[in-house]
Design a binder for this molecule. Structure first.
Ligand code: SF4
Ligand code: SF4
Length: 287
């Protein structure tokens, strides 16, 4: 079976070290690979881009890093927009911009909804990530970015070979692969694990024991159509629910023996830190 190159990006492993970005710069800045790519300029292009996103509010702030190369789409809109077959998909799935034929074809830049094609004003040329096709054709097993990643956040290989690591990960039942913007309909061969959803977090405090952390308080999260999620506050009285749907209504129920039940409503249009939640002693029963 013909090769089909792909990449899996495990966002949970990416620490934003930028090694992949620098390896890409090292490979392409000032270096022409005739037939594959013209030299990348020293500034303004990000063939492996790292999107850094801050999540939550002080004091509960997290940073998520998402590496974004060309998605190597099976239905590349960039190729459709080019003339003279300047942008084409190879039999192994790699989408290339021919550095000679693409001269002057600025319209190709806007044709990519992922925004991964850059215009080289000096050379009048659209440019992007090539999956290091010039190296693969020489026998390399993976692109420079993948080789340089210290955390194994980038996994590369032949998706049509069941023996490759990428195929094993793709087949593993418990690892759900996602693509960025499936609504574009371009069928990317760069797939993602662990794209962050929304989180809801908070800290529970007993009103009558404000100096003590409220440890082991039961917190239940309910959302329409989902099974309830249950957790207990940790040694700091804190709780967190991760990977939630965006823009959805949830109810947070906080229960502890001897204290009144607290119910909060949260809409996940943003990651939400609820801050200190005070639990009051339940009223003593008569008789
Ligand atoms: S991500 Fe953009 S540049 Fe890459 S193949 Fe898809 S449409 Fe083309
Ligand atoms: S080298 Fe790996 S860990 Fe570092 S930014 Fe790139 S993908 Fe993330």
């Amino acid at each position: 079976m013909a090769k089909k190159y792909g990449m899996i990006v495990d966002v949970t492993r990416c620490n934003g070290c930028y090694n992949c970005f620098l390896a890409c710069r090292d490979e392409y800045c000032g270096n022409d690979y005739p037939g594959y790519s013209a030299a990348q300029p020293y500034s303004g292009q990000f063939w492996m881009n790292i999107i850094e996103k801050e999540r939550g509010q002080y004091p509960k702030v997290k940073v998520a890093y998402t590496p974004i190369p060309c998605m190597q789409c099976e239905k590349p809109s960039c190729a459709d927009a080019s003339s003279n077959k300047a942008v084409y998909r190879r039999p192994d799935g790699i989408v290339l911009i021919d550095p000679d034929r693409a001269q002057g074809q600025r319209e190709v830049v806007a044709a990519c909804p992922y925004g991964v094609i850059y215009w080289n004003e000096e050379k009048k040329l659209p440019q992007k990530c090539t999956f290091c096709a010039h190296l693969l054709d020489k026998g390399w097993k993976e692109p420079r970015c993948v080789e340089s990643c210290p955390t194994k956040a980038l996994i590369f290989g032949d998706l049509n070979d069941p023996g490759t690591e990428i195929s094993r990960i793709a087949a593993a039942a418990n690892r759900e692969l996602e693509v960025l913007h499936p609504e574009y309909g371009l069928m990317p061969n760069v797939k993602y694990i662990g794209i962050p959803g929304r989180f809801i977090a908070g800290e529970v405090v007993f009103r009558d024991k404000k100096d003590e952390c409220a440890v082991g308080v039961r917190v239940t999260l309910s959302g329409k159509g989902d099974a309830d999620k249950v957790t207990n506050t940790d040694n700091y009285g804190e709780f967190e629910f991760e990977g939630l749907d965006a823009d959805k209504d949830y109810a947070v129920l906080i229960e502890h023996s001897g204290y009144s039940v607290k119910k909060l409503k949260v809409r996940t249009n943003i990651d939400t830190y609820l801050g200190e939640i005070l639990l009051s002693k339940s009223a003593a029963k008569n008789g």
